[in-house]
Design a protein around this ligand. Structure first.
Ligand code: SF4
Length: 488
């Protein structure tokens, strides 16, 4: 009997670690257990109760769905814990088949190594977190930048090949680590200019140490439109302070239609259409995402020909969290006054209409030429098969959005994936699960590794990590994904 070597070589990624007995490789994913190379995390399997599956056969109308399925037929093998093959002409770690409603299906399962990957982050807040194109730093290293804002949310683009491979070694390492933590739903502290930000998927952002609570109900103009009717009987003028579009009731179309008379108010900003003003202040973490704490700073003097003593003015932010009530004195200067209950209620209603502020993290990556070779000897056919809706792509069982155009560029919400789905290798690159599901006949047609197909039952083992299929996600076997569902 030949003695096993003291160290074994892991060939699951280009790093090619030599791993001593009892030790783990550089990525913490593989270990040498008595001379055997083992993947440390268990293979994750999703289970679905039979009545949650959608029958495939259009012509049966589901009438023959008896729910009496074998365990293996209820199981979907995800790529979480599946391992990686390298170089990728080697077949994927698992190519499994199962019959679903009389159709032979195949799923090709692999943990892809993605050098071309990153995350898009949506942060529900009005507060200023940095200017568009400003660098996002972690540990002093640039890992991405601020993108243009969306409605009620700030957006970040983090990672990507330029940060992973195009900068210094430290930049690549820090970027990879930040992406890994974000994708595995851990918090990451970032710096954008003088703003500190903590981002964690599924949690409110923390901006300059303060957790954000609410996402705004709309821009200042939209807020005027929504609440004008609730204000007209109780106040003469309303200003909704917003960094993007500040609204003024008496000038706004909503106020005009409700016969609100002019008030002689002057807003210090760039007038857009009536009752809508841009740039009333600088962006910041104050009222409505501006840098102001005192709303009166955006007002000029009232027009003495129009305004009157006793004019009632409400100023409110787009989340309703800040509001103030004023009455004009004899000099037409706004003086703070106690807010009437009806107006206080309207501010509270704005807040009530705001959704909780969250961070959303979407993983985005390109399933490149080499990864596709683990599926078929003719990689472009896999791309065509995905575009032709013959192959369904999932990541840890979660639906992956496929971008139009060339290649297989996927985007997936990390909150819909099993926890701990992501790993890394020190090249640096992120490791993410990806599964391709299609009919066995279509797999043969695209030049698949048919000789590697095993039954799902063969792969199931006692040490699998078994999770319930995420009901918010379509099942990869759902017939509606596939073009052939329409066959007669
Ligand atoms: S980094 Fe991980 S996957 Fe790559 S060779 Fe080392 S142990 Fe294997």
């Amino acid at each position: 009997m030949t003695a096993k070597p003291e160290k074994i070589r892991c060939d699951a990624c280009p790093v090619m670690c030599y791993i001593a007995d009892g030790k783990i490789g550089a990525c913490d994913r593989y270990a040498n257990h008595g001379g055997d190379l083992v993947r440390l995390d268990p293979l994750t399997v999703l289970e679905t109760s039979p009545d949650k599956l959608v029958p495939f056969m259009k012509d049966t109308g589901g009438s023959d769905w008896d729910g009496d399925l074998l365990q293996s037929e209820k199981s979907f093998i995800t790529a979480v814990g599946a391992g990686t093959t390298y170089p990728d002409y080697k077949p994927a770690p698992f190519i499994v088949s199962q019959e679903v409603e009389g159709v032979d299906m195949v799923t090709i399962v692999t943990e892809g190594i993605f050098s071309y990957c990153g995350v898009k982050v949506k942060i529900d807040t009005d507060r200023h977190i940095g200017h568009e194109r400003e660098a996002v730093l972690v540990d002093g290293e640039p890992i991405g930048h601020v993108m243009t804002s969306e409605y009620g949310s700030k957006m970040l683009s983090l990672g990507g090949v330029d940060h992973l491979t195009g900068g210094s070694k430290k930049e690549g390492r820090v970027t990879c680590d930040a992406l890994l933590r974000l994708c595995n739903r851990d918090p990451v502290e970032m710096q954008i200019g003088d703003i500190s930000l903590v981002v964690q998927a599924g949690q409110p952002p923390v901006i300059n140490g303060v957790p954000e609570k609410l996402m705004r109900v709309g821009c200042g103009s939209a807020t005027i439109g929504m609440f004008a009717k609730q204000w007209v009987d109780h106040v003469d003028e309303v200003v909704v302070v917003d960094d993007h579009i500040t609204g003024v009731l008496s000038e706004h179309q909503a106020g005009k239609l409700l016969d609100v008379p002019p008030t002689g108010i002057k807003i210090l900003g760039r007038r857009s259409t009536p009752g809508r003003y841009f740039r009333v202040a600088e962006p910041g973490t104050g009222w409505g995402g501006t840098d102001i704490d005192d709303p009166l700073t955006i007002l000029g003097p009232f027009n003495a020909k129009i305004a009157w003593q006793g004019l009632r003015l409400l100023m409110v932010s787009t989340t309703g969290e800040q509001y103030a009530y004023f009455v004009l004195d004899a000099d037409l200067k706004p003086q703070p006054a106690e807010i009437p209950p009806a107006l206080k209620l309207s501010a509270e209603r704005i807040a009530e209409n705001c959704e909780p502020s969250l961070c959303s993290v979407l993983f985005m990556a390109g399933a490149g030429g080499s990864l596709r070779a683990g599926v078929t000897e003719n990689p472009v056919r896999l791309t065509k098969s995905v575009k032709d809706s013959l192959t369904y792509v999932s990541c840890g069982g979660a639906e992956a959005y496929i971008w139009p155009g060339g290649g297989i560029t996927v985007m997936v919400d990390v909150m819909e994936m099993p926890t701990g789905s992501f790993g890394y290798v020190p090249t640096p690159a992120l490791v993410a699960p990806i599964e391709f599901t299609l009919r066995k006949s279509d797999y043969a047609a695209l030049g698949g590794h048919m000789e590697e197909i095993r039954s799902t039952a063969d792969v199931l083992a006692a040490d699998n990590r078994t999770l319930s299929h995420n009901q918010s996600q379509p099942h990869p076997h759902d017939h509606r994904h596939y073009r052939w569902k329409d066959r007669s």
